[in-house]
Design a protein around this ligand. Structure first.
Ligand SMILES: NC(=O)c1ccc[n+]([C@@H]2O[C@H](COP(=O)([O-])OP(=O)(O)OC[C@H]3O[C@@H](n4cnc5c(N)ncnc54)[C@H](OP(=O)(O)O)[C@@H]3O)[C@@H](O)[C@H]2O)c1
Length: 323
């Protein structure tokens, strides 16, 4: 099968489309013909091998794995002999390593579920990492309750466009922060208030929040604390690319140090790919509460171009690869 592979770290030129072995079907697994996947900052960092500290996980001198990608949507091509819930031809979506490829094998019990009929393959293939992050950040780490005030800083990209919709579904009053060109778009996703960060400083607002979901990581603890209620939370999802050694971790360390002794809670987390949450997201899409927003679509062969665009840091929703 064709897949995007890389054998060394570096800019998108290290990616190449090659013929590799189709994964072997397991008794408890389904072989999925992948139709759509999407690129995430996690893949950018994994490709670049930065921050250097992350090479302890990625592989010290070269990547541990040749293949990449997590989000997928596709059609079941074959099922293992113990599989009962899926059949050949079913349209499915989920999250699994190594999906920048024509085929992937996913355990039946893992993060794979029927694709809601009302979303396209491209939309379903853009869900996993970004939507898990938004859901877990707001609901589990942010403990967001109906009627509370939430501010989402970085509302227009992959995670942000899911976060605005999921926060509305959770019943919160949503303030979204984005740049001028995205204001109307983010309002259309359901944000109650939109702050254009090019014109206004959200940390100077009179409004107070129960939760800031900080996707952009563009402001300090001191600045954010000013607009947090006394028992509020700051959940840091992302941060600027930072220096080569520590990358986004340096923003997190600085914020942690600055927050010591505060009654307000600071939380960092890495989203987990889990079937229960995939079911929540499938339901949210099926009922129309969440509609994935696609910015651009590239073919698998143009994965390097998709990564270059992602690396600019100004996606308006998700960047999809079709296969
Ligand atoms: N913790 C986790 O498990 C987890 C999971 C996924 C992602 N992340 C992290 O979350 C971050 C965002 O990921 P993503 O997939 O949403 O990236 P993305 O799709 O590239 O979106 C980035 C967005 O950030 C906005 N932005 C840039 N500078 C900003 C600023 N100063 N203020 C407000 N918004 C700003 C951009 O909008 P403009 O064009 O308007 O500037 C763009 O829409 C990354 O740092 C990523 O590593 C963490």
């Amino acid at each position: 099968m064709k897949a995007i592979v890389r054998t060394k770290y570096g800019s998108p030129e290290v990616l190449s489309l090659e013929e590799i072995e189709t994964p072997t079907l397991t008794d408890d697994g389904v072989l999925v013909r992948v139709h759509a996947t999407s690129v995430n900052p996690a893949e950018w960092y994994g490709m670049m091998g930065t921050p250097l500290i992350a090479r302890m996980a990625f592989g010290l001198r070269k990547p541990k794995t040749k293949t990449m990608g997590v989000d997928f949507a596709g059609t079941v091509a074959e099922v293992g002999k113990n599989v009962t819930r899926f059949h050949v031809g079913d349209e499915v979506f989920g999250g699994r390593d190594g999906v920048f490829a024509e085929y992937v094998v996913v355990g039946e019990a893992k993060a794979v579920l029927p694709k809601p009929a009302n979303v396209t393959m491209e939309q379903a293939g853009s869900v996993a990492i970004a939507a898990f992050t938004a859901l877990q950040g707001l609901r589990d780490k942010g403990k967001l309750q109906s009627g509370q005030q939430v501010l989402i800083n970085g509302a227009s990209g992959g995670v942000g466009t899911f976060a605005v919709q999921i926060a509305k579904w959770l019943g919160a009053e949503v303030t979204a922060v984005c740049s001028t060109r995205n204001v109307e778009h983010v309002r259309a996703l359901g944000a109650d208030h939109v702050i254009d960060y090019k014109r206004d400083d959200f940390t100077r607002s009179d409004r107070r929040y129960d939760l800031i979901l900080d996707v952009a990581g563009s402001r300090s603890w001191r600045e954010c604390r000013r607009i947090l209620n006394k028992k509020a939370r700051l959940v840091i999802v992302g941060a600027p690319k930072g220096n080569r050694l520590l990358g986004p971790v340096s923003h997190m360390l600085k914020t942690r140090l600055a927050s010591v002794g505060s009654r307000r809670k600071l939380v960092f987390f890495v989203a987990k790919i889990q079937k229960e949450d995939l079911a929540v997201l499938a339901d949210l899409m099926a009922t129309g509460s969440v509609t994935p927003v696609i910015d651009r679509t590239y073919t698998l062969a143009d994965a390097a171009d998709a990564m270059r665009y992602l690396g600019e840091g100004h996606a308006q929703g998700k960047i999809v690869l079709t296969i």
